[in-house]
Design a protein around this ligand. Structure first.
Ligand code: HEM
Length: 248
């Protein structure tokens, strides 16, 4: 590793904020691999991914139940199991989000990227539009990023974080109705229902949220695999091992 000058350190600090490391982190500090995602972040990512799949599948059937099964509903309890799976995954999603927020406070600086976007930095927007051009096949060389790329960061914040908070708020508001007046779910989240009008409106918004989440998941998986193949750094394996490796 080359000797690190104060200018290189300053560049690396800038890279931390903007996610841009082309000259700074890679060339300046001659790094080949960087430890990015700590174990709790990786564990959360995969548990969360599973919870979202369960929530989307079971949620779809809650809104559009399966054709009637023969016999008494209480005998096969099918919708009961589907709802139970939904609520269990809902709790896992919500508790996971709290745990992830805690880790943003105590983990490394990459753990904080999900929770804020450096919108006041010119360099950030320049890089974001650079990535947009790359995804639109208008440029032939993307940037190199240690953490999330600037576009991914914006997408994670707005399409994942805010949407998940929305799903938790509306989900627990609906849950509070079933748990009845005075339950902690109703006391903490009951205010959400009048905000949207009435219970059926919350159902509708919660369901619309599911479709947004489905679109997000599809784009997220597409972008991750595409970047793994065409980009300049590892993506999918980084969320398994924690290490970002660079191709050039
Ligand atoms: C990614 C997150 C989530 C997705 C994609 C999702 C999806 C859905 C969908 C599509 C419905 C059916 C809405 C309808 O048409 O009536 C539903 C219902 C419901 N969800 Fe979620 N949900 C999520 C998170 C949560 C969370 C965190 C909770 C909290 C426990 C929750 C609790 C409920 C409840 C109570 C219902 C109504 C059940 C019923 O009426 O039988 N959901 N969800």
């Amino acid at each position: 590793m080359s000797t690190v000058s104060s200018q290189q350190r300053a560049q690396a600090r800038l890279a931390d904020v903007t996610g841009v490391d082309d000259n700074a982190v890679l060339h300046g500090l001659s790094m080949k691999s960087v430890y990015v995602y700590e174990a709790p972040v990786r564990l959360w990512h995969w548990i969360n991914a599973l919870a979202i799949v369960v929530l989307c599948v079971t949620g779809f059937f809650i809104g559009r139940p399966l054709p009637t099964m023969p016999g008494e509903a209480s005998a096969h309890f099918l919708m009961g199991y589907i709802r139970f799976a939904h609520f269990t995954a809902g709790y896992i999603l919500a508790i996971g989000l709290l745990g992830r927020a805690y880790w943003a406070l105590v983990g490394n600086h990459h753990a904080r990227e999900l929770f804020w976007v450096p919108v006041f930095q010119k360099a950030y927007w320049r890089e974001l539009f650079g990535m947009l051009r790359w995804y639109a096949f208008l440029s032939d060389r993307p940037g190199r990023y240690v953490g999330h790329n600037p576009l991914a960061r914006m997408a994670m914040f707005s399409c994942y974080l805010l949407l998940t908070v929305f799903m938790v708020l509306t989900g627990f508001a609906l849950y509070g109705e079933g748990a009845q007046m005075g339950s902690w779910q109703e006391r903490l989240f009951g205010w959400v229902i009048p905000l949207f009008g009435q219970s059926q409106d919350v159902h509708t918004w919660h369901r619309m949220g599911m479709w947004l989440m489905v679109v997000f998941v599809m784009l997220h998986v597409y972008a991750a695999i595409r970047e793994d193949i065409m980009g300049r750094q590892s993506i999918v394996s980084t969320m398994i091992s924690g290490h970002r490796t660079f191709k050039d």
